[in-house]
Each structure stands twice: as structure tokens, then as C-alpha cells.
Design a binder for this molecule. Structure first.
Ligand code: SAH
Ligand code: DHB
Ligand code: MG
Length: 216
């Protein structure tokens, strides 16, 4: 028998849409070239769409693009005059993201910067973003949060994927990725400029941190 989680996922996907043809073909193509299939699950994808639209974001920063699955979801949620910048360390992945954005007809709304995110962020120091999605190497989440704070103002939303990691964040000894995610959660919790909640994903094995900035 499928678990209650699976049944609920199927129910939600049937009602509200899981992935369309383009996202499905992007995923299958990524699988066929050996890409790890660690893109956002459908429920988090819908949450990103709702948050971008509820916050009326027009500028989005994404850190960690893989093959562009979440990139396409985020860019689609923007108004026509909106813009997205996505940072991806792997040049081949970055190129695939650009190809997928073209296939989605989103190339005029989205730019991919290839290279280590910390280098690209330096180049974006004068920009401001309404929405930040953090999903690259978990060890660097505290630094990404520092940048996200620098690049946002009151009203902005910051979402960080994978901040639970099967509960590893509560026993951080050893894994620098779990330690980075744990530190991210702690810093966010201490920062009174943000209201934050954790949204369970992947059947409760992981979570996304969802934060809104209440003051500059
Ligand atoms: N957001 C994507 C999944 C991202 S997976 C989605 O949901 O569809 C994490 C990505 O972060 C990988 O593609 C990896 O290459 C990239 N990454 C890892 N370290 C990075 C760094 N220092 N700078 C930028 N990207 C990085
Ligand atoms: C991993 C990274 C992710 O961004 C994710 O959503 C799931 C897994 C990973 O590095 O294992
Ligand atoms: Mg992730």
C-alpha cells in the first residue's frame, strides 16, 4: 500500500499540478545525462510559486541551479517584467540551465552566472532582490544567508532548501553540510528582522526554511 504521504502527494499533484511536459522532459533529460535528481519536489515547487506571487516579488536570486528545474518554476512565477539571477558553480550545468530556460521561453527574464556563488555574489553587491532561494552547498549556507541579508530589504522572502536533512541538523558532529544547515537555522532564529518557519518536505525527511523579512 502507498504511504499516506505518497497518497497526499498524488492527490495534491492531481489537483494542483505536479510537473508539466517541459519540467518532465527536463527531468528525464537530466537523468539520462547522469545528473543527480535532487531538484525541488513538486510540493516545494508550488510553495515557491505561491511565495513569489504572494510577496509580489519582481527580482529573484537563486543560489544553486542544477539543471534549472527550480529556476524555471521561479522564473515562471514572476511577472513579465520580472527578473531572476541564478548562480551555479558547474559550467556544464549552467549551460544546461540556459538551454532549459530558452526551451521554457524564459531567457529574457533569467540570467545564469557560472562559477562559485561566493564570487558571483561579490559582483551582485549593488543589486537588491525581493526573493532569495538558497539551495547550493549546504556547508556555505551561513555565508549565503549573510549575502541574502545584504541583498534584501523589508518585505523580501528567503527560502533555504534542505535545512533538516533527516534530523542531522540536531546532531551536527561530523558532516559539514548538516553543520552549515544547522548554523543557518540558528542564525535565522536569532535575527529579529526575520520571521521564519520550517516546511517539511520529502515525506518529512527534510525541510525548507521559509523566512520573511519584516524590517530593513
Ligand atoms: N535548485 C535546484 C537544485 C540545486 S542542487 C533545483 O531545485 O532544481 C545544488 C546545486 O548547487 C548543484 O547543481 C551544485 O553544482 C551547485 N553548487 C554547489 N556548490 C556551489 C557553489 N559554491 N556555488 C554555486 N553553486 C554551487
Ligand atoms: C542534496 C542537495 C539538495 O539541494 C537537495 O535538495 C537534496 C540533496 C544533496 O546534496 O545530497
Ligand atoms: Mg535542495
Amino acid at each position: 500500500m502507498p504511504s499516506l504521504d505518497q497518497t497526499l502527494d498524488e492527490y495534491a499533484d492531481t489537483l494542483y499540478g505536479g510537473e508539466d511536459e517541459l519540467l518532465r522532459s527536463m527531468r528525464e533529460n537530466a537523468a539520462s545525462v547522469g545528473m543527480p535528481l535532487i531538484q525541488v519536489p513538486a510540493d516545494l515547487g508550488r510553495m515557491l510559486t505561491v511565495l513569489v506571487q504572494a510577496s509580489r516579488a519582481t527580482t529573484i536570486l537563486e543560489i544553486g541551479a542544477l539543471f534549472g528545474y527550480s529556476t524555471v518554476i521561479l522564473a515562471r512565477a514572476l511577472p513579465l517584467d520580472g527578473s531572476l539571477v541564478s548562480l551555479e558553480i558547474d559550467p556544464e550545468r549552467a549551460e544546461l540551465v540556459r538551454i532549459n530556460l530558452r526551451r521554457a521561453g524564459l531567457e529574457s527574464r533569467a540570467t545564469v552566472m557560472s562559477g562559485p556563488a561566493m564570487d558571483s555574489l561579490q559582483l551582485l553587491a549593488d543589486r537588491r532582490f525581493d526573493f532569495v532561494f538558497i539551495d547550493a552547498d549546504k556547508a556555505s549556507y551561513p555565508q549565503y544567508l549573510e549575502w541574502a541579508t545584504k541583498l534584501t530589504r523589508s518585505g523580501a522572502v528567503i527560502v533555504a532548501d534542505n535545512v533538516w536533512r533527516g534530523g542531522q541538523v540536531v546532531e551536527t558532529a561530523g558532516d559539514c553540510n548538516a553543520a552549515g544547515a544547522a548554523r543557518y537555522n540558528e542564525i535565522m532564529a536569532q535575527d529579529s528582522r526575520f520571521s521564519t518557519t520550517l516546511l517539511p518536505t520529502r515525506g518529512g525527511t527534510d525541510a525548507a526554511g521559509i523566512s520573511v523579512r519584516c524590517r530593513d
